[in-house]
Ligand binder design. Structure first.
Ligand code: NAD
Length: 480
């Protein structure tokens, strides 16, 4: 009996997606690996059919069976309306780690050619601002919630080190904006610094994300693996792909404990869609990552080597060549197929070991504090009063509450009690109330009573409890 073929769910996607996916599928088939493709529509056409997630149910069921997806780019409606189908896929299948490698490629001339760049961005993929939790707090002020969990930080840091070890890499940088976002970005930095000693063979270092961007433009060869939060990683990985030839060459893997999704970093490139102009390299290299992931290491190496040989021979698409002598997507694909089995002169296959994924945590992951206390409340109020007038009114109406007004800020700047400096104000205030008697316990009925009093006169739309965990304030101080 012939062994069952390994199933792979394929989502060709939008724009150039079908062209580059067809290219990768043709090359995979030519390697002779025993795989079977299950193709489904997703993205723009699914949205048009009224599928609100952009991913049809049959595609989801196929992914549940196959656990592996090769996908083309999916268009995201910009600004309003439907949620990104990409984010839905990543969240639904909890592909928490996005691995985006770039390296110097033969014949792909860049400003850094000759510096042997070989950098991997390991991006947290499901938390952070990309959870897409947003509100209009007032008609003129928007909010996006940046939630970062200890669990998410541990998983991405462990994945970055596991990946570095599997690829025989030497160093992992952790890039964050922890100097400003001390609690959210700081959580990744602290988790990284706590876990790094468990990997003594790898050099570890924290770097601020803005400096990382600067260093990547100045001396990118100093980087090996960079682990970072979701939005930072999105931006930084487009930057690193630009260092090595552009989006047409940048592959990626979205890794989860159950499902992994392989795709190019680039989008649907509507400007060149349907013109046989797309560079399929990024998706072909993503397919090689997928083959390695499913244990087809030889086929993965063969595909990578065939791409390198093709580029060495001078065959390139129009994103590298301009209009003159550029190969179309199909010609490039045929060249790669004809080069299967050949070895690159400049870049022999690397040694890869299997990535040992951190085990998945079942159930609710709890982080406990030895002691915890609620000490006050930030109430967000929409008001067209000047700060002094608002403060005076709040003090008057809350004079019998167990909470007293401590400060008011407007767009992060304190405007009460120190209100000497002129700042441009908006009709959105954060009003901090703290206990009058800090020796007592602050209970919810007192908070609700305060809100009732404020709500009788002012429009409030959001609150945050001020908590202390183990004696440490669990909130940011207002900037003076
Ligand atoms: P894009 O990556 O589609 O295009 C940016 C530029 O790069 C364009 O000039 C394009 O022609 C060029 N380019 C991209 N890939 C190329 C390739 N393989 N060969 C040659 N040139 C290539 O970025 P965009 O225009 O910002 O986004 C277009 C759409 O894609 C949007 O709807 C966006 O939401 C979506 N998108 C999807 C994904 C994904 O599915 N993972 C990722 C990024 C963007």
């Amino acid at each position: 009996m012939t062994p069952a073929k390994r199933k792979i769910t394929v989502l060709p996607g939008d724009g150039i997606g079908p062209e580059v996916v067809d290219s990768a599928l043709a090359i995979i088939s030519a390697t002779g690996v025993a795989v079977e493709f299950e193709k489904y529509e997703a993205g723009a056409r699914a949205f048009q059919k009224g599928i609100v997630t952009g991913i049809p149910r049959e595609a989801i069921q196929s992914i549940e069976r196959s656990h592996v997806v090769l996908k083309g780019p999916l268009e995201t409606p910009i600004g309003h309306g439907n949620r990104s189908a990409n984010v839905t896929l990543r969240t639904l299948f909890e592909t928490y780690g996005n691995i985006r490698p770039v390296r110097e490629l033969p014949g792909v001339q860049t400003a850094f050619t000759g510096r042997q760049l070989d950098i991997v961005i390991v991006r947290e993929n499901i938390e952070d601002l990309y959870a897409g939790i947003e509100y209009m707090q007032t008609p003129g002020v928007a909010e996006s919630l940046k939630l970062i969990s200890r669990e998410g930080c541990e998983k991405i840091v462990k994945l970055a080190f596991a990946f570095a070890i599997a690829e025989g890499r030497k160093a992992v940088h952790c890039a964050t904006k922890s100097n400003i976002l001390k609690l959210t970005e700081g959580l990744l930095q602290h988790t990284f610094e706590e876990l790094a000693p468990q990997y003594p063979s790898i050099t570890s270092k924290h770097i601020l994300i803005d400096n990382a961007a600067h260093q990547l433009a100045m001396r990118p060869e100093q980087f090996d693996v960079i682990v970072t939060t979701n939005m930072n990683g999105d931006i930084l990985s487009d930057l690193t792909s630009g260092l090595t030839g552009g989006l047409g060459f940048a592959p990626s893997a979205n890794i989860g404990n159950d499902v992994s999704i392989f795709e190019a970093v680039h989008g649907s490139a509507p400007d060149i869609a349907g013109k046989n102009k797309a560079n399929p390299t990024a998706l072909i290299l993503s397919a090689a990552m997928m083959l390695r992931h499913i244990g087809e290491g030889k086929a993965a190496n063969d595909v990578e080597q065939a791409v390198l040989v093709t580029l060495e021979s001078g065959i390139r698409t129009s994103d590298m060549m301009g209009k003159v002598k550029a190969a179309g997507t199909t010609e490039f694909t045929q060249a790669v197929i004809s080069n299967l089995g050949k070895a690159s002169k400049l870049s022999p296959p690397k040694k890869y070991a299997e990535v040992e994924l951190p085990p998945s945590q079942l159930g609710v992951n709890v982080v406990r504090a030895g002691a915890r206390k609620v000490t006050g409340l930030d109430v967000y109020i929409e008001s067209d009063l000047e700060p002094k007038a608002l403060a005076s009114d709040l003090e008057t109406i809350t004079s019998s509450s167990s909470l007293k007004l401590e400060m008011i800020s407007n767009r992060g700047a304190m405007v009460f009690p120190s209100s000497d400096r002129k700042v441009s104000l908006v009709d959105h205030y954060r009003c901090r109330f703290v206990q009058r008697d800090t020796t007592t316990k602050l209970a919810d009925p007192e908070i609700l009573s305060l809100l009732g009093t404020i709500g009788g006169k002012h429009r409030w739309m959001h609150i945050e409890k001020l908590q202390e965990f183990d004696g440490q304030p669990a909130y940011s101080k207002s900037q003076v």
